[in-house]
Design a protein. Sequence first.
Length: 435
Amino acid sequence: MDALNGLLNKLREVAAALPDRRTGKNKRFSMIDLVLGAFSVFFMQSPSFLAHQRLLEQGQGASNCQSLLGMAEIPGDDQIRRTLDGVNPDDLADVFRQTIDRMRAADDLAEFRRLGGHVLIALDGTEYFTSRKVQCSRCSHRKRSDGETEYFHQFIGATIVSPGHTRVLPLPPEFITPQDGHEKQDCEQMAGKRWLDKHGRTYADLKPIYLGDDLYAKQPMCEHIHAAGGHFILTCKPSSHPTIAEYVHGATFHEHQEAHGHGKAQRTHTYRWLSKIPMRDSKDAMEVDWLEVRITNAAGKTTYFNTFITDLTITRENVVEIGACGRTRWKVENETFNVLKNNGYHLEHSFGHGKHTLASVLVILNLIAFAFHTACAYIATAWKEAALRAKTRYYFFEQLRSLTAMLVMPSWEMLMRCISPPKGTSPVADLLRTT
């Protein structure tokens, strides 16, 4: 479990460097303990984790906060919320880069490489908080049909994805929030450009290809992607791009077709594309390749249809893979946002809203927990073996929660052995005999 310990050390290092805005003598708990205390709830996927650790400390004089997370003391929930409200979420971004670097050290992200060594980064927005009563300085707002004002939070998620498997790797988010000096309310397009400006160069060495929906298929966004050292494959509806629609109408396409499966399960994949067409009606228009992907079943009914633009040159040799990569954009919704909201991370649950940045900081720590889980499943041998023996994700985390609520684990390795013990061993019984 050296990989996990290394990641936790990086989180502690970043937490220690955060500005401490507390005044006076009320500084009993370090910034490390406050950040790790909040993070632990998401990493253990247990809203009551800290409460259980306080009980363990009272009964046994030690807790998993100390032995597993390296915390000196366990702060109270209110202390965590008060102190983290005001922390700049961007100050935690380097933890994501460290996660990527540790995974690259294993096998250079081979499982995520596509199209000759590129990494796919999907961008998309999601909403994670809504209220008509609770608000803070970073809330967006909208009028509802009954005349009342609704306050909400959104962020742009950036996620490394790949066709062919379900693993995804979250990167730092960019929050959609009121901007100083701007009268108009912030929006997904502006936040997406900010993400590229802030983080694009940080991940340029991954040779990124950015994926996004039709909202991103605009020349200014594509220029931001190029400035950040990336390429793009973006969903592009001709109905919202009149110049592209004009070129596509009545054009002679390059075409490639493949059949998959047999009998009633057969699916026909048809790819049609055009090369070097302008994105808009202007002298400085960027030229892109346009791709149409259609899948039909054995009866000839269309089961999938979409169109894309890309700055990559489409050929008969790479069109299938470019199409597969473009279709992978949905993983930022299904395998990132859906997992965060419904599979134990409780993204939409309010762990604390605060008056300034608390809601954003907690989202960042939740995403870091998600990134650490992916990294562990990828490069931490003991974690991988325990998860494999546990068979289901639900059972694995249920055991993680239950065991750490009852026993103080001396190490992550021991916790993994207890979650799913090898045949003929009883590590939980051994622990009980020594406590």
